[in-house]
Ligand binder design. Structure first.
Ligand code: UDX
Length: 435
């Protein structure tokens, strides 16, 4: 099937590449000509494991191409995905900014020739799909189309495997005809009996927010339990195992840390709060998760400050990891963006390293010393803080680190190491949720 993807960000590029891998003829379109030029030159603008190979293979096999020409891209398509950004509005308050979504709808409308399915892939507030349909109808009353809501559940760093082996495909639509097109698009998944959840437009849009919000609640829950564990001298790693083995709860997303970040949880939780408020109701549990998440980052600053004897002023701190999670270069809403400035503000000297995120991080945190390796940032440090659990940090040469530090203080915000092992290696070790 001829498919056009509008938007070549994390979602659009991964979805376009994977659909071309399914054998569809995909054009990934973006207004940003610089981005399209880089893609045409074979450069992938984001770090996502496996994406580079997948794109190159499908470009080579002529299943995947890139264009800035929306009109041309839409004319030949039977399905047009809208995968543009829906950032939080600049005026704050957590409202999702739908400018790009409605802009795409308005621009594509005049070029719809035969029956076309317009598919909302972006994470959008409830009611957006119907509004997209109105925009298209007003712009081109002759257009023969249906709008479908088809939210994605891709995790950065695992996006391709999440697409190829999803737990479910969710789509909301009003017409059987559109539903048939969606089944044809996702046919390879249909054949492998991936569960398809067909529902209304509103329900599909809300499933996305509900999924992310629930995962965020789980993270804030275990972070809160970690705080209680520290207070009663319990061990949150063992607690998480004991709780997570309950089949009704599950052990995933029960690992404490410096708080959740990324381009989704922070944005989607706030957007869900707004959706509830705008419809005269509330999402109090999600609201609490948002508050706990903000408090968790502040707790990490205090944890580091206390470990340094009450003040970080004039102290050197080595930071391992900047991105909001491993296997990505994405710095959006990373806890480091809150924690590090709070330390620097009090006069700490920060030496930082990240396997993939330093290029992005330098745009937002230009004043810190960027190390070439994790060992660079540990030299002369009064403390080392493990912020992001990259594999590169899981088997560090502890003797080498300890011998170059000013004081052997290791603050592990992801509980990667075990207290006994670190004590034997001569460190004062501090984790999250276990004393
Ligand atoms: C998330 C959802 O998982 C995905 O389904 C959705 O499509 C997009 O948002 P992503 O934001 O890429 O994916 O990251 P995810 O792996 O979910 O982690 C989100 C945040 O939670 C990260 O900051 C991570 O460090 C944190 N986290 C996750 C924890 O602190 N503890 C955990 O146990 C799991």
């Amino acid at each position: 099937m001829n498919i056009t993807m509008i938007g070549t960000g994390y979602v659009g590029l991964v979805t376009g590449a994977c659909l071309s891998e399914f054998g569809h003829q995909v054009i990934c379109m973006d207004k940003d000509s610089g981005k399209i030029e880089r893609l045409l030159a074979g450069e992938i603008p984001i770090y996502e494991p496996g994406l580079n190979e997948l794109v190159k293979k499908n470009v080579r096999e002529n299943h995947l191409s890139f264009s800035t020409d929306l009109a041309q891209s839409v004319k030949s398509a039977k399905a047009v995905f809208i995968a543009v950004g829906t950032p939080s509005q600049r005026r704050g308050g957590g409202y999702a900014d739908l400018t790009y979504v409605y802009g795409a709808a308005k621009e594509l409308a005049p070029h719809l020739t035969d029956y076309t399915v317009v598919i909302d892939k972006s994470t959008v507030p409830v009611g957006t799909a119907r509004q997209v349909a109105r925009v298209i109808k007003e712009t081109n009353p002759e257009a023969d189309f249906d709008v479908v809501s088809n939210p994605e559940f891709l995790r950065e760093g695992a996006a391709i495997s999440d697409f190829m082996r999803p737990d479910r495909v969710v789509f909301g639509c009003d017409s059987e005809k559109a539903s048939e097109v969606l089944k044809e698009i996702y046919n390879p998944l249909y054949l492998t009996s991936t569960p398809f959840v067909k529902t209304s437009l509103e329900t599909a849009e809300l499933i996305k927010y509900a999924s992310n919000a629930f995962l965020a609640v789980k993270v804030s829950f275990i972070n809160e339990m970690a705080t209680i564990c520290e207070a009663v001298d319990a061990n949150v790693v063992e607690l998480s195992k004991g709780v997570g083995l309950d089949g009704r709860i599950g052990g995933k997303f029960l690992h404490p840390g410096p708080g959740y970040g990324g381009s989704c949880f922070p944005k989607d939780t706030l957007a869900l709060l707004r959706i509830a408020q705008e419809h005269g109701t509330a999402a109090r549990i999600v609201e609490a998760a948002v508050e706990v998440n903000a408090a968790q980052k502040a707790r990490m600053v205090k944890k580091i400050r206390d470990a340094l004897g009450g003040s970080e002023t004039g102290r050197t701190i080595g930071i391992l990891g900047l991105t909001f999670k491993p296997e990505t270069d994405d710095m959006r809403d990373a806890p480091a963006l809150t924690i590090l400035p709070a330390l620097a503000e009090k006069g700490a000297r920060l030496k930082v390293h990240d396997p993939q995120g330093m290029t992005e991080a330098k745009k937002m945190l230009p004043d810190y010393e960027y190390g070439e390796s994790p060992y660079d940032v540990c030299e002369d440090a009064d403390a080392v803080v493990l912020m992001t659990e990259w594999n590169q940090y899981r088997a560090l040469d502890l003797e080498r680190i300890r011998s170059t530090m000013k004081t052997p203080l290791f603050i592990d915000l992801r509980n990667v190491y075990t207290p006994d092992k670190m004590k034997k290696a001569g460190f004062t070790y501090i984790g999250v949720g276990r004393n």
